[in-house]
Design a binder for this molecule. Sequence first.
Ligand SMILES: Cc1ncc(COP(=O)(O)O)c(C=O)c1O
Length: 422
Amino acid sequence: MRFDSSIRLFDSARRLMPGGVSSPVRAISPHPFYTARADGPYLWDCDGNRFIDYCLAYGPMILGHRHPAIRDAVADQMDRGWLYGTPSELEVNLAGRISGHYPSMERLRFVSSGTEATMAAIRVARGSSGKDMIIKIEGGFHGAHDSVLAKAGSGATTLGIPDSQGVPADAVRNTLQVPYNDPAALEEVMEQFCGQIACLIMEPVLGNIGPVLPEKGYLQEVRRLTEKNDILLIFDEVITGFRLSLGGAQELFGIKPDLTTLGKIIGGGFPIGVFGGRADLMDRVAPGGAIYQAGTFNGSPASLAAGLATLDVMEKENTLHKLNRMGAEMRSALKEIVEDLGLDYSVVGIASMFKIFFGPEPHDYAQALKCDRAGYLQLFRRMLNSGVFLTPSQYETDFISAAHTQDVIETTLEAFRSCLKS
Ligand SMILES: Cc1ncc(COP(=O)(O)O)c(C=O)c1O
């Protein structure tokens, strides 16, 4: 493959933007490819190369790229304007639909990103409880705001800077960390800081160093311990929402959190975040209460129209049924290849999320860090040169979309076989 135009663009970009990119995970070494267009399961770069896409913009594009129903809904919305600064019927409709799938979200608010959603949810937890401390799970990623940028997954782990410079020590002094899948450690921290902890924020399935799955009974134990210690439980379902099931991980595992954050899929590929939960907590958000949150782009009509169209398609076509089957098939075929070749790698995932780990299956952050990242990077590059775009980091999940056909999956598996072999 030739990447002449991408290399040229990257040369200019490096002089204009930090690392030449708009978000760190996109900084593929030695240079990223520059996407010119996308359709179905494919991306085409500006040099005319075509890639099967398993990154899917890090999760949102569950129906594949340029889905006609979403394009039409957004085009239709454009005809009626794209930013009002007033309430719109769209937000009432989408709020109702979300609440229907997430009964724990009795009230919710639309924001513009997952980062804003988790920031606001933590503020609601602190504001309503009057306590400052929070617990997060090591390796959990909840966006790029101060109080959660400690042992954070995603690009932070990939780049080896899980504790960002520029975050005041005071901002993370109140952030306690516990390992995933370790209820005893959680209980210990709760006892040690008894009466001071507002909430536990967690990805129910760790999607930013994984996927790393909850061991049997772990999430139930988390719910029991948070209730017992009067600590609010925030499920960050920015990745798992509408992916593991329409009602997210909370529906799949049967857990009712106090607060939930959503994003990615529910914007249909347009910027969105949602935070919501128990009415008694959310009613304290301004203007009803004194917990402040506001945004010019909150409830942006294009995002809401795209989200509604996505949900329409997913409900009507039972998209997740097909996707979950394809995910299971992908994982088992990939496992077979790894075993055939006698490699010590593991293949993990759930629903339509999958990942090949260059090491044993991790159950927490510390174990995930032991994987052979350099080895994974070699596989990533070889796959890219074979026309398959996996997520560029060992720690980011690969996703399957409804546009990935059986043929596309077969082609991918052939590429995996030959790249892993070499
Ligand atoms: C679990 C989780 N929470 C929050 C975020 C932040 O969302 P956004 O990138 O939309 O700000 C992400 C982003 O990947 C995420 O994976």
